[in-house]
Design a protein around this ligand. Structure first.
Ligand SMILES: [Zn+2]
Length: 254
């Protein structure tokens, strides 16, 4: 059984066939999915999905690219939502310097604030970090993220940075990129990450693995990621599925 620790099934890319696709998950060996909020609207939609499907859970949070919509009232709203029994994490939160907006100061402020929220609510965090390794690590250290716990999802940095996150007790989220021809850096990250710290994820509809690269991603493609991790680690695909399932359950407290 596979646990997809990071998906966005509320995305409009699934409007045509969402129900049918989710109904097919169990037969495809996908036992659990966490649908991750990226702003207030998608957080609400994630909770809605988690209430309609017993194998779907939700993460409540605002992505750095949408962090300009945050204020203290909205943080209170996130707090209320995070008390929902179907919410298993605060996320996705973090820093994304790929785009110029919102400003780095705004992103940092709400990253810190949502880390505090996770601590207060005793929930793990799902961290999104892109082109912002140094600031992400600094804020994690400042906030004593090792006491909060969580995952750096869709990890895109070097093995060196991975080791720093691992030393803080974090999990590393591995998805389709590890199968890409130019995914060497990602394969090095898998090499240095102990099996008991790897989580499987799609980030669907984005980042489909080979041979579906560029197409719409979904959880039933995770076996391609499993196969690549099994090859790198020299263990069976069943072992990869079993251990990563255990890891996800541990982290999310399911
Ligand atoms: Zn995501």
């Amino acid at each position: 059984m596979i646990f997809d620790t990071h998906a966005h099934y509320d995305d409009e890319a699934f409007d045509e066939d969402r129900e049918a696709l989710l109904a097919s998950m169990k037969d495809a060996g996908i036992g659990c999915i966490v649908n991750v909020g990226a702003n207030l609207e998608t957080t609400r939609n994630s909770l809605d999905l988690a209430h309609r499907y017993d194998f779907v859970y939700a993460a409540v949070g605002v992505h750095p690219s949408d962090s300009a919509e945050l204020n203290e009232d909205n943080i209170e709203l996130l707090r209320e939502w995070s008390e929902d029994g179907r919410c298993v994490a605060i996320g996705e939160i973090g820093l994304d310097y790929h785009w110029p907006e919102p400003s780095r100061d705004i992103q940092k402020k709400w990253f810190r604030r949502q880390l505090d929220l996770a601590r207060e609510q005793r929930l793990p965090v799902i961290i999104h970090s892109r082109e912002a390794a140094e600031d992400t690590i600094n804020i994690m250290k400042e906030a004593h993220a090792e006491e909060i716990g969580g995952v750096v999802h869709c990890f895109s940095y070097s093995a060196e940075i991975a080791k720093i996150c691992l030393n803080m007790g974090f999990y590393i989220g591995i998805g389709g990129v590890v199968t890409f021809k130019n995914g060497r850096k990602m394969r090095e990250v898998v090499e240095v990450t102990p099996m008991d710290r790897i989580l499987l994820e799609t980030d669907c509809p984005y980042l489909a693995p080979e041979p579906y690269r560029g197409k719409r991603n979904n959880s039933t493609y995770i076996p391609y990621v499993v196969e690549e991790i099994a090859r790198i680690k020299g263990i069976s695909k069943e072992e990869v599925e079993r251990i990563t399932l255990e890891n996800a359950k541990n982290m999310y407290g399911i």
